[in-house]
Design a protein around this ligand. Structure first.
Ligand code: AMP
Ligand code: MG
Length: 528
Protein backbone atom coordinates (compact mmCIF):
# COMPACT_ATOMS: atom_id res chain seq x y z
CA UNK A 1 0.00 0.00 0.00
CA UNK A 2 1.24 3.54 -0.72
CA UNK A 3 2.89 5.28 2.18
CA UNK A 4 0.98 8.06 3.90
CA UNK A 5 2.87 9.87 6.67
CA UNK A 6 0.22 9.69 9.36
CA UNK A 7 0.59 11.39 12.72
CA UNK A 8 -2.55 10.63 14.69
CA UNK A 9 -2.96 13.07 17.55
CA UNK A 10 -6.68 12.46 18.04
CA UNK A 11 -6.21 8.72 18.47
CA UNK A 12 -3.11 9.20 20.61
CA UNK A 13 -4.03 12.13 22.85
CA UNK A 14 -7.76 11.71 23.30
CA UNK A 15 -8.29 8.25 24.63
CA UNK A 16 -11.91 7.73 25.60
CA UNK A 17 -13.12 10.08 22.85
CA UNK A 18 -13.36 7.39 20.19
CA UNK A 19 -13.50 3.67 19.56
CA UNK A 20 -10.78 1.91 17.53
CA UNK A 21 -12.56 0.20 14.66
CA UNK A 22 -11.95 -1.34 11.26
CA UNK A 23 -13.60 -0.64 7.92
CA UNK A 24 -15.79 -3.43 6.57
CA UNK A 25 -14.38 -5.47 3.69
CA UNK A 26 -16.24 -4.99 0.39
CA UNK A 27 -16.46 -7.34 -2.60
CA UNK A 28 -15.27 -5.34 -5.60
CA UNK A 29 -13.39 -2.10 -4.97
CA UNK A 30 -13.12 0.23 -7.94
CA UNK A 31 -11.78 3.76 -7.89
CA UNK A 32 -14.33 6.22 -9.28
CA UNK A 33 -12.65 9.49 -8.41
CA UNK A 34 -9.29 10.68 -7.13
CA UNK A 35 -8.75 14.33 -6.33
CA UNK A 36 -5.28 14.77 -7.77
CA UNK A 37 -4.76 18.44 -6.88
CA UNK A 38 -5.83 17.71 -3.30
CA UNK A 39 -3.56 14.66 -3.15
CA UNK A 40 -0.69 16.90 -4.18
CA UNK A 41 -1.60 19.49 -1.56
CA UNK A 42 -1.39 16.68 0.98
CA UNK A 43 2.01 15.67 -0.36
CA UNK A 44 0.64 12.33 -1.54
CA UNK A 45 1.60 10.89 -4.90
CA UNK A 46 -1.47 10.79 -7.18
CA UNK A 47 0.17 8.20 -9.47
CA UNK A 48 0.57 5.57 -6.76
CA UNK A 49 -2.86 6.39 -5.34
CA UNK A 50 -4.68 5.74 -8.59
CA UNK A 51 -3.32 2.33 -9.58
CA UNK A 52 -5.92 -0.45 -9.88
CA UNK A 53 -4.53 -1.95 -6.64
CA UNK A 54 -5.08 1.25 -4.72
CA UNK A 55 -8.86 0.83 -5.11
CA UNK A 56 -8.59 -1.65 -2.22
CA UNK A 57 -7.29 1.19 -0.07
CA UNK A 58 -10.00 3.67 -1.01
CA UNK A 59 -12.73 1.10 -0.40
CA UNK A 60 -11.36 0.16 3.02
CA UNK A 61 -10.15 -3.36 2.19
CA UNK A 62 -6.48 -2.55 2.80
CA UNK A 63 -5.31 0.12 5.20
CA UNK A 64 -2.31 2.30 4.49
CA UNK A 65 0.53 1.88 6.93
CA UNK A 66 0.21 4.19 9.92
CA UNK A 67 -3.57 4.51 9.74
CA UNK A 68 -5.33 4.06 13.09
CA UNK A 69 -9.00 3.94 12.19
CA UNK A 70 -11.30 5.20 14.93
CA UNK A 71 -14.99 6.04 15.18
CA UNK A 72 -15.34 9.42 16.88
CA UNK A 73 -17.96 10.02 19.56
CA UNK A 74 -20.27 13.00 19.25
CA UNK A 75 -23.77 14.09 20.14
CA UNK A 76 -25.95 16.70 18.50
CA UNK A 77 -29.11 18.75 18.31
CA UNK A 78 -30.97 17.50 15.25
CA UNK A 79 -33.76 19.85 14.18
CA UNK A 80 -33.67 21.28 17.70
CA UNK A 81 -33.96 17.95 19.55
CA UNK A 82 -30.95 16.64 21.46
CA UNK A 83 -29.47 13.20 20.71
CA UNK A 84 -26.86 12.44 23.36
CA UNK A 85 -25.19 9.79 21.22
CA UNK A 86 -24.67 10.08 17.48
CA UNK A 87 -21.01 9.54 16.60
CA UNK A 88 -19.41 8.10 13.50
CA UNK A 89 -22.08 5.60 12.53
CA UNK A 90 -20.68 5.10 9.06
CA UNK A 91 -17.42 7.00 9.16
CA UNK A 92 -13.92 6.33 10.43
CA UNK A 93 -11.06 8.72 10.99
CA UNK A 94 -8.00 7.04 9.46
CA UNK A 95 -5.56 9.55 10.81
CA UNK A 96 -3.96 12.93 10.28
CA UNK A 97 -1.35 14.22 7.85
CA UNK A 98 0.47 17.53 7.52
CA UNK A 99 -0.18 19.20 4.18
CA UNK A 100 2.28 21.24 2.08
CA UNK A 101 1.19 24.41 3.89
CA UNK A 102 2.08 22.80 7.22
CA UNK A 103 -1.59 22.41 8.17
CA UNK A 104 -2.75 19.27 9.94
CA UNK A 105 -5.62 17.53 8.14
CA UNK A 106 -7.88 14.60 8.97
CA UNK A 107 -8.30 11.82 6.44
CA UNK A 108 -11.54 9.95 7.05
CA UNK A 109 -13.79 7.39 5.42
CA UNK A 110 -17.52 7.76 5.02
CA UNK A 111 -19.58 4.69 4.19
CA UNK A 112 -17.00 2.21 5.52
CA UNK A 113 -19.42 0.02 7.44
CA UNK A 114 -21.13 -0.27 10.78
CA UNK A 115 -19.52 0.95 14.00
CA UNK A 116 -20.60 0.98 17.64
CA UNK A 117 -22.35 4.30 16.80
CA UNK A 118 -24.43 2.96 13.91
CA UNK A 119 -27.71 2.53 15.84
CA UNK A 120 -30.09 1.07 13.22
CA UNK A 121 -28.05 2.18 10.21
CA UNK A 122 -26.15 -0.02 7.79
CA UNK A 123 -22.96 2.04 7.97
CA UNK A 124 -22.91 2.30 4.19
CA UNK A 125 -23.10 5.03 1.58
CA UNK A 126 -24.22 5.11 -2.03
CA UNK A 127 -22.33 6.28 -5.12
CA UNK A 128 -24.66 9.21 -5.89
CA UNK A 129 -24.49 10.98 -2.51
CA UNK A 130 -20.72 10.44 -2.22
CA UNK A 131 -20.09 11.94 -5.67
CA UNK A 132 -22.38 14.74 -4.56
CA UNK A 133 -19.98 15.41 -1.67
CA UNK A 134 -17.22 15.68 -4.27
CA UNK A 135 -19.10 18.20 -6.40
CA UNK A 136 -20.29 20.40 -3.56
CA UNK A 137 -17.00 20.36 -1.68
CA UNK A 138 -14.98 21.15 -4.80
CA UNK A 139 -17.43 23.86 -5.83
CA UNK A 140 -17.28 25.56 -2.43
CA UNK A 141 -13.51 25.27 -2.42
CA UNK A 142 -13.20 26.82 -5.87
CA UNK A 143 -15.49 29.63 -4.69
CA UNK A 144 -13.04 30.33 -1.87
CA UNK A 145 -15.34 29.01 0.85
CA UNK A 146 -13.82 26.93 3.67
CA UNK A 147 -14.91 23.33 3.28
CA UNK A 148 -14.10 19.71 3.84
CA UNK A 149 -13.13 18.07 0.54
CA UNK A 150 -13.30 14.68 -1.06
CA UNK A 151 -9.97 12.98 -1.76
CA UNK A 152 -11.40 9.84 -3.33
CA UNK A 153 -14.55 7.86 -4.00
CA UNK A 154 -14.43 4.10 -4.53
CA UNK A 155 -17.29 1.91 -5.61
CA UNK A 156 -17.64 -1.16 -3.40
CA UNK A 157 -19.44 -3.56 -5.73
CA UNK A 158 -22.13 -3.84 -3.06
CA UNK A 159 -25.72 -2.72 -3.26
CA UNK A 160 -27.12 -0.54 -0.49
CA UNK A 161 -30.80 -0.21 0.16
CA UNK A 162 -32.27 3.33 0.24
CA UNK A 163 -35.93 2.91 -0.78
CA UNK A 164 -34.33 1.21 -3.79
CA UNK A 165 -31.12 -0.73 -4.33
CA UNK A 166 -28.21 1.57 -5.15
CA UNK A 167 -24.54 0.99 -5.91
CA UNK A 168 -22.41 1.39 -2.78
CA UNK A 169 -19.37 3.61 -2.33
CA UNK A 170 -16.83 4.80 0.20
CA UNK A 171 -15.81 8.45 0.30
CA UNK A 172 -12.45 9.60 1.62
CA UNK A 173 -12.80 13.03 3.12
CA UNK A 174 -10.20 15.58 4.11
CA UNK A 175 -10.98 18.09 6.84
CA UNK A 176 -9.07 20.59 8.97
CA UNK A 177 -10.54 18.42 11.72
CA UNK A 178 -13.77 16.58 12.42
CA UNK A 179 -14.34 18.41 15.71
CA UNK A 180 -17.96 19.49 15.83
CA UNK A 181 -20.14 21.42 18.22
CA UNK A 182 -21.65 18.00 18.88
CA UNK A 183 -18.28 16.59 20.00
CA UNK A 184 -18.31 19.04 22.92
CA UNK A 185 -21.96 18.30 23.59
CA UNK A 186 -21.27 14.58 23.91
CA UNK A 187 -18.98 15.00 26.92
CA UNK A 188 -20.89 17.90 28.46
CA UNK A 189 -24.10 15.83 28.39
CA UNK A 190 -22.27 12.98 30.12
CA UNK A 191 -21.16 15.46 32.80
CA UNK A 192 -17.49 14.97 32.02
CA UNK A 193 -16.16 18.52 32.35
CA UNK A 194 -12.57 17.32 32.42
CA UNK A 195 -13.04 15.75 29.00
CA UNK A 196 -14.64 18.95 27.69
CA UNK A 197 -11.53 20.76 28.88
CA UNK A 198 -9.25 18.23 27.18
CA UNK A 199 -11.24 18.62 23.97
CA UNK A 200 -11.06 22.43 24.17
CA UNK A 201 -7.30 22.27 24.75
CA UNK A 202 -6.96 19.95 21.78
CA UNK A 203 -9.10 22.22 19.60
CA UNK A 204 -7.12 25.29 20.65
CA UNK A 205 -3.80 23.59 19.85
CA UNK A 206 -5.15 22.56 16.48
CA UNK A 207 -7.17 25.55 15.33
CA UNK A 208 -6.20 28.51 17.51
CA UNK A 209 -2.67 27.87 18.71
CA UNK A 210 -2.04 31.60 19.26
CA UNK A 211 -4.59 31.53 22.10
CA UNK A 212 -2.31 29.32 24.16
CA UNK A 213 -0.41 32.49 25.03
CA UNK A 214 -3.40 33.71 27.08
CA UNK A 215 -2.43 32.87 30.68
CA UNK A 216 -5.86 33.18 32.24
CA UNK A 217 -7.71 29.93 31.53
CA UNK A 218 -11.23 31.48 31.55
CA UNK A 219 -10.08 34.19 29.13
CA UNK A 220 -8.43 31.60 26.91
CA UNK A 221 -11.54 29.45 26.65
CA UNK A 222 -13.72 32.49 26.07
CA UNK A 223 -11.36 33.61 23.30
CA UNK A 224 -11.59 30.12 21.81
CA UNK A 225 -15.37 30.34 21.79
CA UNK A 226 -15.15 33.77 20.15
CA UNK A 227 -12.75 32.40 17.52
CA UNK A 228 -15.18 29.61 16.63
CA UNK A 229 -18.01 32.14 16.44
CA UNK A 230 -16.01 34.45 14.17
CA UNK A 231 -15.18 31.61 11.82
CA UNK A 232 -18.82 30.62 11.63
CA UNK A 233 -19.87 34.24 11.03
CA UNK A 234 -17.43 34.44 8.13
CA UNK A 235 -18.53 31.07 6.74
CA UNK A 236 -22.24 31.86 6.94
CA UNK A 237 -21.70 35.18 5.17
CA UNK A 238 -19.93 33.36 2.34
CA UNK A 239 -22.70 30.77 2.09
CA UNK A 240 -25.33 33.49 1.98
CA UNK A 241 -23.51 35.46 -0.71
CA UNK A 242 -23.50 32.48 -3.09
CA UNK A 243 -27.00 31.27 -2.18
CA UNK A 244 -25.85 28.07 -0.49
CA UNK A 245 -28.42 26.31 1.66
CA UNK A 246 -26.81 23.67 3.84
CA UNK A 247 -30.11 22.03 4.63
CA UNK A 248 -29.19 20.22 7.84
CA UNK A 249 -27.37 22.60 10.16
CA UNK A 250 -27.61 20.29 13.15
CA UNK A 251 -24.95 20.87 15.80
CA UNK A 252 -23.22 17.65 14.77
CA UNK A 253 -22.81 19.16 11.30
CA UNK A 254 -21.16 22.38 12.50
CA UNK A 255 -17.39 22.31 12.68
CA UNK A 256 -15.06 23.99 15.14
CA UNK A 257 -12.65 24.70 12.27
CA UNK A 258 -15.18 26.83 10.37
CA UNK A 259 -15.28 24.47 7.38
CA UNK A 260 -18.49 23.43 5.64
CA UNK A 261 -19.25 19.76 6.26
CA UNK A 262 -21.80 17.07 5.38
CA UNK A 263 -23.59 17.87 2.15
CA UNK A 264 -26.56 15.56 2.41
CA UNK A 265 -29.59 17.70 1.59
CA UNK A 266 -27.81 20.93 0.61
CA UNK A 267 -28.74 22.92 -2.49
CA UNK A 268 -27.89 26.18 -4.19
CA UNK A 269 -30.66 28.70 -4.54
CA UNK A 270 -31.61 29.73 -8.06
CA UNK A 271 -34.38 32.40 -8.15
CA UNK A 272 -33.74 34.50 -5.08
CA UNK A 273 -36.12 33.69 -2.25
CA UNK A 274 -35.20 34.22 1.41
CA UNK A 275 -37.41 31.36 2.55
CA UNK A 276 -36.01 28.85 0.08
CA UNK A 277 -35.75 25.35 1.52
CA UNK A 278 -35.14 22.13 -0.42
CA UNK A 279 -34.75 19.42 2.19
CA UNK A 280 -37.63 16.95 2.15
CA UNK A 281 -37.56 16.61 5.94
CA UNK A 282 -37.28 20.31 6.83
CA UNK A 283 -41.03 20.83 7.09
CA UNK A 284 -40.86 23.91 9.32
CA UNK A 285 -38.15 25.62 7.28
CA UNK A 286 -35.81 25.58 10.27
CA UNK A 287 -32.83 25.50 7.92
CA UNK A 288 -34.27 27.79 5.23
CA UNK A 289 -31.84 30.13 3.47
CA UNK A 290 -32.49 33.27 5.52
CA UNK A 291 -32.60 31.34 8.79
CA UNK A 292 -29.05 30.04 8.50
CA UNK A 293 -27.25 32.82 10.40
CA UNK A 294 -29.78 32.56 13.23
CA UNK A 295 -29.30 28.81 13.38
CA UNK A 296 -25.53 29.25 13.44
CA UNK A 297 -25.93 31.49 16.47
CA UNK A 298 -28.30 29.01 18.09
CA UNK A 299 -25.75 26.24 17.54
CA UNK A 300 -23.02 28.44 19.00
CA UNK A 301 -25.17 28.94 22.08
CA UNK A 302 -25.20 25.14 22.45
CA UNK A 303 -21.39 25.17 22.20
CA UNK A 304 -21.24 27.94 24.80
CA UNK A 305 -23.27 25.82 27.22
CA UNK A 306 -20.66 23.09 27.08
CA UNK A 307 -17.83 25.60 27.72
CA UNK A 308 -19.40 27.54 30.59
CA UNK A 309 -17.55 25.66 33.37
CA UNK A 310 -14.29 26.54 31.62
CA UNK A 311 -15.20 30.19 31.12
CA UNK A 312 -15.56 30.86 34.83
CA UNK A 313 -16.14 29.34 38.27
CA UNK A 314 -18.97 31.75 38.87
CA UNK A 315 -21.83 30.46 36.65
CA UNK A 316 -23.69 33.76 36.29
CA UNK A 317 -20.56 35.57 35.23
CA UNK A 318 -19.63 32.82 32.77
CA UNK A 319 -23.07 33.10 31.16
CA UNK A 320 -22.65 36.86 30.85
CA UNK A 321 -19.25 36.53 29.19
CA UNK A 322 -20.44 33.88 26.72
CA UNK A 323 -23.54 35.96 25.98
CA UNK A 324 -21.34 38.91 25.04
CA UNK A 325 -19.83 36.74 22.29
CA UNK A 326 -23.22 35.50 21.14
CA UNK A 327 -24.45 39.08 21.02
CA UNK A 328 -21.45 40.06 18.94
CA UNK A 329 -22.13 37.29 16.42
CA UNK A 330 -24.76 39.14 14.34
CA UNK A 331 -22.39 42.10 13.99
CA UNK A 332 -19.57 39.83 12.86
CA UNK A 333 -21.85 38.11 10.41
CA UNK A 334 -23.15 41.40 9.01
CA UNK A 335 -19.65 42.83 8.65
CA UNK A 336 -18.56 39.71 6.74
CA UNK A 337 -21.73 39.74 4.63
CA UNK A 338 -21.18 43.41 3.81
CA UNK A 339 -17.56 42.79 2.87
CA UNK A 340 -18.70 40.13 0.40
CA UNK A 341 -21.59 42.21 -0.92
CA UNK A 342 -19.35 45.21 -1.46
CA UNK A 343 -16.99 43.10 -3.54
CA UNK A 344 -19.97 41.92 -5.58
CA UNK A 345 -21.20 45.51 -5.95
CA UNK A 346 -17.83 46.70 -7.25
CA UNK A 347 -16.92 48.42 -4.00
CA UNK A 348 -14.11 46.07 -3.07
CA UNK A 349 -11.60 48.53 -1.76
CA UNK A 350 -12.69 50.72 1.11
CA UNK A 351 -13.02 54.48 0.83
CA UNK A 352 -9.97 56.45 1.96
CA UNK A 353 -9.88 56.83 5.72
CA UNK A 354 -12.33 54.03 6.32
CA UNK A 355 -11.45 51.28 8.75
CA UNK A 356 -10.79 48.31 6.51
CA UNK A 357 -12.67 45.67 8.43
CA UNK A 358 -15.76 47.74 9.05
CA UNK A 359 -17.57 47.68 12.35
CA UNK A 360 -16.79 45.27 15.09
CA UNK A 361 -19.72 43.35 16.44
CA UNK A 362 -21.73 44.35 19.46
CA UNK A 363 -20.83 48.01 19.30
CA UNK A 364 -24.11 49.38 18.10
CA UNK A 365 -25.13 51.51 15.18
CA UNK A 366 -23.37 54.67 16.35
CA UNK A 367 -20.02 52.96 16.53
CA UNK A 368 -20.68 51.43 13.12
CA UNK A 369 -21.36 54.87 11.60
CA UNK A 370 -18.18 56.26 13.12
CA UNK A 371 -15.89 53.61 11.63
CA UNK A 372 -17.74 52.95 8.39
CA UNK A 373 -19.96 55.84 7.36
CA UNK A 374 -21.24 54.04 4.24
CA UNK A 375 -22.18 50.81 5.99
CA UNK A 376 -25.83 51.62 6.49
CA UNK A 377 -26.32 52.96 2.98
CA UNK A 378 -24.48 50.00 1.45
CA UNK A 379 -26.54 47.52 3.44
CA UNK A 380 -29.66 49.23 2.12
CA UNK A 381 -28.30 49.20 -1.43
CA UNK A 382 -27.56 45.46 -1.25
CA UNK A 383 -30.82 44.75 0.57
CA UNK A 384 -32.89 46.62 -2.02
CA UNK A 385 -31.09 44.76 -4.81
CA UNK A 386 -31.99 41.44 -3.21
CA UNK A 387 -35.59 42.60 -2.74
CA UNK A 388 -35.70 43.41 -6.43
CA UNK A 389 -34.37 39.96 -7.33
CA UNK A 390 -36.99 38.44 -5.07
CA UNK A 391 -39.83 40.41 -6.69
CA UNK A 392 -38.59 39.61 -10.18
CA UNK A 393 -37.84 35.95 -9.37
CA UNK A 394 -34.36 36.55 -10.69
CA UNK A 395 -31.63 33.94 -10.48
CA UNK A 396 -29.26 35.06 -7.72
CA UNK A 397 -26.04 33.89 -9.38
CA UNK A 398 -26.83 35.33 -12.79
CA UNK A 399 -28.06 38.60 -11.33
CA UNK A 400 -24.79 39.26 -9.51
CA UNK A 401 -22.74 38.07 -12.46
CA UNK A 402 -24.60 40.18 -15.00
CA UNK A 403 -24.35 43.24 -12.76
CA UNK A 404 -20.65 43.20 -13.63
CA UNK A 405 -21.58 43.71 -17.31
CA UNK A 406 -23.31 46.93 -16.29
CA UNK A 407 -20.07 48.18 -14.76
CA UNK A 408 -18.04 47.10 -17.79
CA UNK A 409 -19.80 49.43 -20.21
CA UNK A 410 -20.99 52.94 -19.63
CA UNK A 411 -24.59 53.51 -18.60
CA UNK A 412 -25.73 54.14 -22.20
CA UNK A 413 -24.14 51.04 -23.71
CA UNK A 414 -25.32 48.89 -20.83
CA UNK A 415 -28.91 49.88 -21.52
CA UNK A 416 -28.59 48.42 -25.03
CA UNK A 417 -26.55 45.28 -24.38
CA UNK A 418 -27.41 44.25 -20.87
CA UNK A 419 -27.79 40.54 -20.10
CA UNK A 420 -29.19 41.66 -16.78
CA UNK A 421 -32.13 43.59 -18.18
CA UNK A 422 -33.02 40.84 -20.60
CA UNK A 423 -33.55 38.48 -17.65
CA UNK A 424 -35.80 40.79 -15.69
CA UNK A 425 -39.52 40.27 -16.11
CA UNK A 426 -39.90 44.05 -15.81
CA UNK A 427 -36.57 45.67 -16.79
CA UNK A 428 -37.98 49.10 -15.87
CA UNK A 429 -38.05 48.06 -12.22
CA UNK A 430 -34.29 47.87 -12.31
CA UNK A 431 -33.52 51.40 -13.52
CA UNK A 432 -33.85 53.40 -10.28
CA UNK A 433 -31.70 50.91 -8.44
CA UNK A 434 -29.04 50.88 -11.16
CA UNK A 435 -28.90 54.68 -11.07
CA UNK A 436 -28.43 54.62 -7.32
CA UNK A 437 -25.69 51.99 -7.62
CA UNK A 438 -23.86 54.06 -10.24
CA UNK A 439 -23.94 57.04 -7.89
CA UNK A 440 -22.37 54.86 -5.23
CA UNK A 441 -19.66 53.67 -7.63
CA UNK A 442 -18.93 57.31 -8.44
CA UNK A 443 -18.59 58.15 -4.77
CA UNK A 444 -16.18 55.25 -4.48
CA UNK A 445 -13.90 55.94 -7.44
CA UNK A 446 -14.50 59.58 -8.27
CA UNK A 447 -15.52 58.89 -11.89
CA UNK A 448 -18.82 59.99 -13.33
CA UNK A 449 -21.75 57.71 -12.49
CA UNK A 450 -22.28 56.82 -16.16
CA UNK A 451 -18.61 55.92 -16.79
CA UNK A 452 -17.51 52.52 -18.11
CA UNK A 453 -15.53 50.70 -15.41
CA UNK A 454 -13.79 47.68 -16.94
CA UNK A 455 -11.49 47.14 -13.96
CA UNK A 456 -14.37 47.28 -11.52
CA UNK A 457 -16.23 44.80 -13.71
CA UNK A 458 -13.24 42.44 -13.65
CA UNK A 459 -13.08 42.67 -9.85
CA UNK A 460 -16.83 42.02 -9.61
CA UNK A 461 -16.40 38.91 -11.75
CA UNK A 462 -13.83 37.64 -9.30
CA UNK A 463 -16.42 38.01 -6.54
CA UNK A 464 -19.50 36.63 -8.30
CA UNK A 465 -19.19 33.24 -10.00
CA UNK A 466 -20.56 32.35 -13.39
CA UNK A 467 -20.82 28.69 -12.43
CA UNK A 468 -22.32 27.18 -9.29
CA UNK A 469 -23.40 23.55 -8.88
CA UNK A 470 -26.91 23.94 -10.21
CA UNK A 471 -29.20 21.38 -8.67
CA UNK A 472 -30.51 19.92 -11.92
CA UNK A 473 -26.98 19.57 -13.32
CA UNK A 474 -25.78 17.90 -10.14
CA UNK A 475 -28.71 15.46 -10.26
CA UNK A 476 -28.09 14.70 -13.94
CA UNK A 477 -24.43 13.93 -13.29
CA UNK A 478 -25.20 11.76 -10.27
CA UNK A 479 -27.96 9.85 -12.03
CA UNK A 480 -25.65 9.02 -14.97
CA UNK A 481 -22.98 7.78 -12.56
CA UNK A 482 -25.29 5.88 -10.26
CA UNK A 483 -27.80 4.45 -12.75
CA UNK A 484 -25.54 3.82 -15.74
CA UNK A 485 -21.99 3.85 -14.39
CA UNK A 486 -21.32 6.78 -16.72
CA UNK A 487 -18.94 9.21 -15.01
CA UNK A 488 -18.50 11.55 -18.00
CA UNK A 489 -21.23 14.06 -16.99
CA UNK A 490 -19.84 14.12 -13.43
CA UNK A 491 -16.35 14.81 -14.74
CA UNK A 492 -17.55 17.55 -17.10
CA UNK A 493 -19.47 19.28 -14.33
CA UNK A 494 -16.57 18.97 -11.89
CA UNK A 495 -14.25 20.51 -14.47
CA UNK A 496 -16.57 23.49 -14.85
CA UNK A 497 -16.99 23.86 -11.07
CA UNK A 498 -13.23 24.06 -10.69
CA UNK A 499 -13.12 27.37 -12.62
CA UNK A 500 -16.32 29.11 -11.51
CA UNK A 501 -15.25 32.68 -12.19
CA UNK A 502 -14.22 32.24 -15.84
CA UNK A 503 -16.70 32.22 -18.69
CA UNK A 504 -15.90 29.34 -21.03
CA UNK A 505 -18.45 28.87 -23.82
CA UNK A 506 -18.29 25.08 -23.42
CA UNK A 507 -19.56 25.43 -19.84
CA UNK A 508 -22.54 27.58 -20.81
CA UNK A 509 -25.10 24.86 -20.10
CA UNK A 510 -23.89 24.71 -16.49
CA UNK A 511 -24.45 28.43 -16.04
CA UNK A 512 -28.14 28.39 -16.90
CA UNK A 513 -30.76 27.99 -14.17
CA UNK A 514 -33.16 25.08 -14.26
CA UNK A 515 -36.65 25.80 -15.61
CA UNK A 516 -38.61 27.34 -12.73
CA UNK A 517 -40.98 24.38 -12.57
CA UNK A 518 -38.04 22.01 -12.05
CA UNK A 519 -36.69 24.11 -9.19
CA UNK A 520 -40.15 24.40 -7.66
CA UNK A 521 -40.31 20.60 -7.33
CA UNK A 522 -36.70 20.08 -6.36
CA UNK A 523 -36.27 18.18 -3.08
CA UNK A 524 -33.12 16.91 -1.41
CA UNK A 525 -32.89 13.94 0.91
CA UNK A 526 -31.15 13.34 4.20
CA UNK A 527 -29.86 10.07 5.59
CA UNK A 528 -28.26 9.20 2.28
P1 AMP B 1 -25.59 12.82 8.87
O1 AMP B 1 -27.03 12.99 8.54
O2 AMP B 1 -24.78 12.17 7.76
O3 AMP B 1 -24.94 14.05 9.36
O4 AMP B 1 -25.55 11.74 10.05
C1 AMP B 1 -26.18 11.91 11.30
C2 AMP B 1 -25.87 10.72 12.17
O5 AMP B 1 -26.44 9.52 11.61
C3 AMP B 1 -24.40 10.42 12.36
O6 AMP B 1 -24.22 9.91 13.64
C4 AMP B 1 -24.13 9.39 11.30
O7 AMP B 1 -23.02 8.59 11.61
C5 AMP B 1 -25.42 8.57 11.36
N1 AMP B 1 -25.71 7.89 10.09
C6 AMP B 1 -26.14 8.44 8.93
N2 AMP B 1 -26.31 7.50 7.98
C7 AMP B 1 -25.96 6.32 8.54
C8 AMP B 1 -25.93 4.97 8.08
N3 AMP B 1 -26.27 4.64 6.83
N4 AMP B 1 -25.52 4.01 8.95
C9 AMP B 1 -25.17 4.33 10.20
N5 AMP B 1 -25.18 5.56 10.70
C10 AMP B 1 -25.58 6.56 9.89
MG1 MG C 1 -23.25 14.64 9.95
Amino acid sequence: MPAIAFDNTYARELEGFHVPWKPAAVPEPRLLFLNRPLAEELDLDPATLSTPDSAALWAGNALPEGAQPIAQAYAGHQFGGFSPQLGDGRALLLGEVIDRQGQRCDIAFKGSGRTPFSRGGDGKAAVGPMLREVLIGEALHALGIPTTRALAVAATGERVYREQMLPGAVLTRVAASHLRVGTFQYFAARREPERVRQLADYAIARHDPALRAIDSAPERYLAFFAAVARRQAALLAQWMNVGFIHGVMNTDNMTISGESIDFGPCAFMEAYHPEAVFSSIDHGGRYAYANQPHIARWNLARLAETLLPLIGDEPQRAVERATEVLDAFPGWFEAALRRGQRAKLGLASELPGMVATGARGGEGLDALKAVDPQAEADDALAGDWLDLLHQQRMDLTQAWRFLADEAACGADDAARTSRLRSRFAEPGALEPWLARWRERLALHDGQSPAAARPETAAAMRRASPWIIPRNHRVEEALAAASDHGDLAPFERLLHALHRPFDEHPEDAAFAEPAPAEVTACYRTFCGT
